[in-house]
Design a protein around this ligand. Sequence first.
Ligand SMILES: C[S@@+](CC[C@H](N)C(=O)[O-])C[C@H]1O[C@@H](n2cnc3c(N)ncnc32)[C@H](O)[C@@H]1O
Length: 244
Amino acid sequence: MATRFWDERFSTDEYIYGENPNDFIRERVHLLDGQDDPRVLDLACGEGRNSVYLAKQGYAVTALDFSSVGIEKTHALASKNSIPVYNLITNGSDSAQELKGCADLDSTFDHGIDLDPEKQKPGSINIVCTDALRWTPSYPYPLVVATFFHLWSDKKPKLFDLYRNLLKPGGRMVTEWFHTRQRIHGYESGGPREAEMLVTADELRAAFSDFEILVCEELERELFEGPKHCGPAYVVRFEAQKPR
Ligand SMILES: C[S@@+](CC[C@H](N)C(=O)[O-])C[C@H]1O[C@@H](n2cnc3c(N)ncnc32)[C@H](O)[C@@H]1O
């Protein structure tokens, strides 16, 4: 899906998915959970609601999205919550070239750089504006979260591989997705128009069959996530650990 689509969608003062974290992230990820390495990647962070929550929980957050408008809103939400933003890194997304300098501590408009884990303090956000499918972090993560990150169906294998590549051995992914029933049964609480872009629990279980599955459930639930994710929805909640 094109960057322009998301830039236009986010081009409003309102936070279209709200300023509060997703419920599943809040339930499953809190207060560092005994992790030695405090880093977490918020993949396709959008306007930054989960990134800000995770920084407040003490994580050293990398917030990644290819929409420069989403990234600017992430930065604004971090500032509003007094969360330091470490870095603003772009990696070749056209939209990212238009970003204004907005780093509080350091500003790097460079290509292909990510932050040395030693250099980022817990409780801060490191912003990366890039296409996730074109990004390889130098330092894989102990924890990757993503909510409602869907791609065209032909990119699904790449999307599933991405989690594998972004995680350290033993790392955990915590994700919430729209289920294909969201479209097929005509729910109107958000999500892509094409059912093939959505997922089922079986599909995720098969894609991550070598992972230890910690949560894998399909359910109808009420979304209260800003004006664009509101009302009854059919979702898949999936948490799994990469083999050590
Ligand atoms: C439905 S929004 C979800 C945003 C956020 N996770 C949330 O739940 O509030 C999907 C996000 O995926 C991002 N996105 C889509 N394709 C991407 C890609 N290839 N690389 C990085 N971000 C992408 C969009 O820019 C958008 O912010």
